[in-house]
Design a protein around this ligand. Sequence first.
Ligand code: BG6
Length: 293
Amino acid sequence: MLSEYFGIDRRIVFDHTIDGYAPFVSLNSPHGSCRIALHGAHILSYIPHGTRDDLLWLSECAIYEEGTAIRGGIPICWPWFASEGSPAHGFARNRVWEVVRSGIDENDDPHITLRLEFDKETLALWPYRFVLELDIFVSKKLTIALRAKNVDEQSFSFTEALHTYLNISDVSDIRIKGLSGCHYSNSLDGKTYLEEGNITIDAEVDRIYSDASAVCQIEDSGRKRTITVYKENSLNTVVWNPWIEKSSGMKDMADGAYRSMVCVESANTAPNYITLSPGSIHEMRINISHKNF
Ligand code: BG6
């Protein structure tokens, strides 16, 4: 059915590789390819032409079970970030999304739109009627738009994140640029600091940067490439690496795997709540690209 309605020869291909689990879809552009799990509208992989290595990191121990978030790729945190509610990072990443549109543009680049709507279960967790859509465009860049619409009769507020796991050669070989001059709240000690200069990582990092709408660049000297995360309508950037101790307690992360990932998340976190009145829409947009050097 999905293939019949939304598949496009070689460009948009559905598969059902895990029994009892939601389907996956691959978007193949002449400029790169992307793989998405309908569980969570979760982008798992994006490989633009011109690089052998995925721009996204996906855990080799990721768990593919309904109701469990996949470790890696781009989990969608909505309608709350972190532990503002339960489950952590909201319910959107734990539910199966439907496909509502697909197509190819004049350059043969494919796109798809996935949707999650309120139902009895979401209302029990969060008492508002919403429609959430994710547009994914695959080209020389991976472009993603997360759009929330209030279809309730009352206003609601939410926080959100595109919890992007980036694939790096080694955590000691990267520098994150674009956050210098921003204050961050350090989740490890609850204090606020000013970022001065580029970020390097040599221990656990869990920070929420404020007034951080700028582009971030992850310069990877090991792989000799820079990954750029450009964003719109996102005031916060979260930088996270669990390091040794925390990752060893995570059953969906292999030993040492923390070295090959860093999360640079485009977000709107508390107190930057997005408030939507009935009928209104908010869209956060990012694109991810790379350049070799
Ligand atoms: C980050 C948070 O965004 O996500 C961290 O800042 C958290 O505190 C991490 O540990 C992973 O969360 P989860 O729920 O996917 O394990």
